[in-house]
Structures are given as C-alpha cells and as structure tokens.
Design a protein around this ligand. Structure first.
Ligand code: KG4
Ligand code: ZN
Length: 334
C-alpha cells in the first residue's frame, strides 16, 4: 500500500511517500524558521499561510522524486493533531480533499504517534513492547508502548517541555530561535565543571518531569556571570540530559522492559543519545532512535504511522477534522 503523508502541525511542511513493501520512497521538508525568526517564535497565522503555499508544490515534488503518479497512491495520511489548529487545518483540508478526489481512504494521524514510530523507519527497528521517551517542543512524555495505539502514560512534564526549556534558555542566552540546536552547539565549548544545575524531581518517586525551574536557574546564573554563556549552556544541557536519563532508567526498572526508544526533536541531541547509550548498556537494555532529520518534524513519520493504520482498514469519514489537543492514550489499538 502506497501512502502519501502530510505534516503541517507547526512550523515545518513535511511530505513523504511510504510503501508497505518498498519502504520510504521519497520525502521533502520546507522549514519556516526564517519566516518566524524575526519574531523570536512561531507566529501561528504566518505558519498557516505558509503551509497553504507550500503543501501542494511539495506533494508534486515528492511524487516526481519517487517517480510515481497520483493514481498510484492508495491512501493519504495527514497530521490531525495535536498542534496549532490553523496549521493542522491546512494539512487536514488538503490531505482529506486529495483522498476524496483520488477516491482513496484517508487517516488523521496523531503527531506524537508519528514521532514515536519514527525509529521504525531505521534498520533494526525495535520490537514491541518498549518504553518511549517523547521529547519535543511541546511534549515530554514517558510512555509504555505495547503496540501501535497501545499507550500507557507513565509520566510527563508538569510545566515546560524539554524542547521548550532548551528554546527558552537559548533565547535568554541570546541564541535566537529555535534555540535547541544552537544551545547544544555552544554547550560543546562549555566547561562541565563550572556550574552545577539541579536535576529537578529526581529525588521524588514517580516519572514526571519539571523543567521550568532550570530556565530560571540559567537566567540567574547568566545575570551573575554574563561572560559564561557556553558554561551555562553546558550546565543546562547536562542537567536536562541527566534528568531524562534518570527517569528513563527508572521506567525500564519499574516495567522490566529492555528496550527504550527516544523520539521528537530533542532526541536529535547528541549528548542525550550518548548518555542513554551508556545508561542502557549498564541496564542490559537497548536504545533506538531515528536519524536526526526524522527526530524533528517530518512527513516520513506521518506517512509511516498513517500506513500502519490504513493498512489495517482504518479510515476517516469525509469530514475535515483537526484537534489542537488530543490525548495519546485515547488512540485505538491497531
Ligand atoms: O519534534 P519537534 O521538531 O517539534 C515539535 O513537535 O515540537 O521538536 C522541536 C524541538 C525544539 O524545541 C528544538 O529546539 C528541539 O526540538 N531540538 C533540540 C535539538 N534539535 C531540536 N534540542 C536540543 N538539542 C538538539 N540537537
Ligand atoms: Zn513534533
């Protein structure tokens, strides 16, 4: 089954073609970073308008790249939530309409399920069940995954998401938007012994997170030591990475599972990957993640997740639906 995937939930237009037999055939991404940079964050209305302009040309581009005709497509998958409602509506309207015009089924994909399944696009994909650490700009969640659509929430952030904390800390260090990758880059020049930031909530039982205090800690340190940006970046990154690793280890031990996947934009972070590699090695477990371009938002993960659901006969009515909020535990099992 050949599926067209459309991702427009935030500030990237991602389009891809995934085939059940041949795998990923083509994918393309248009990022809106330059459009939002001067505002220091995503402007929802500008995001929606840009998706309107970019989605169809990218669909044509991807079809050309894969060498397939629109009549070859067996189904359409689009991100239906969670995310910016206007941006989601663009992808949902275009995706649902294309499917209607082509007379093929369509499915609205949950953005975080897309992220969660992205490691399946790599060689040696993890078998179910596993623990998933979802770390994006909007979510930080630890989930027990027993199969597609079988999600048990083990813990989540009570305030800022990990990516959001990276972005806000980067902003106060004048690293621009989106700051996560820039902060990680600056941290490589930092002295890891200069400052010691707290590891929030690790001395309490449970698997929830809290990252908003770290940002304040970084701000206060920056006021006292305005010359120490790289050292602050390093101390901040170490604190986030350590905290995530401690909670992942706790989740593995509490569930007895031996596979951990990390997904979402922050899973592209090199220090997080390295630290989790060494943690799971000591635990006798394994860690899985997607290539960096499939950690951040992309169309391939939506085409893949949509394919799994469409191939099992799921499909939407002809109504165009999008949801800004959509709890992942309410998804149906495949
Ligand atoms: O998954 P994603 O592309 O979008 C959402 O669904 O939110 O995640 C974007 C987030 C941003 O906060 C960005 O700063 C962060 O992921 N990010 C990183 C890195 N690459 C992206 N954070 C830390 N280190 C990175 N290398
Ligand atoms: Zn995302």
């Amino acid at each position: 089954m050949l599926v067209l995937g459309i991702e427009t939930s935030c500030d990237e237009t991602g389009i891809a073609l995934y085939d059940g037999d041949r795998g990923l055939l083509a994918h393309a991404l248009h990022t809106q970073v330059a459009l939002h940079a001067e505002y220091g964050g995503v402007v929802p209305e500008l995001a929606s308008r840009d998706h309107v302009q970019k989605t169809l040309p990218l669909v044509h581009h991807v079809l050309g790249e894969a060498g397939v005709a629109k009549t070859d497509i067996d189904g359409v998958a689009y991100t239906a939530g969670p995310g910016l409602l206007g941006a989601l509506l663009v992808g949902s309207a275009i995706g649902r309409s294309l499917a209607w015009a082509w007379n093929v089924p369509a499915v609205g994909v949950h953005h975080m399920e897309g992220h969660l399944l992205a490691p399946m696009l790599e060689d040696n994909p993890p078998a179910f069940p596993f623990i998933a650490l979802l770390v994006s700009g909007g979510h930080t969640q630890l989930v027990q995954v027993d199969g597609i659509g079988q999600y048990r929430m083990l813990g989540e952030s009570l305030d800022d998401a990990a990516g959001e904390a990276f972005d806000k800390t980067a902003k106060l260090l004048d690293l621009g938007y989106p700051g996560g990758p820039a902060l990680a880059k600056l941290a490589t020049e930092g002295d890891p012994t200069r400052f010691n930031f707290p590891r929030p909530m690790v001395d309490r039982p449970g698997l929830d997170f809290s990252f908003s205090g770290l940002k304040t800690f970084a701000l206060n340190t920056f006021h006292e030591h305005p010359e120490a940006r790289a050292d602050i970046a390093r101390a901040f990154e170490d604190a986030v990475v350590d905290t995530l690793a401690i909670k992942c280890r706790r989740a593995l031990r509490e569930t007895g599972l031996t596979r951990l996947i990390i997904a979402g934009g922050v899973s592209a972070n090199t220090r997080l990957r390295t630290q989790l590699e060494s943690m799971v090695a000591k635990e006798g477990a394994g860690v899985f993640y997607a290539r960096p371009e499939f950690c951040t938002d992309n169309g391939a993960m939506i085409a893949y997740a949509g394919h799994q659901r469409l191939a099992h006969g799921e499909q939407e009515s002809v109504a165009i639906k999008a949801r800004a909020r959509w709890p992942m535990e309410t998804l149906t099992a495949v």
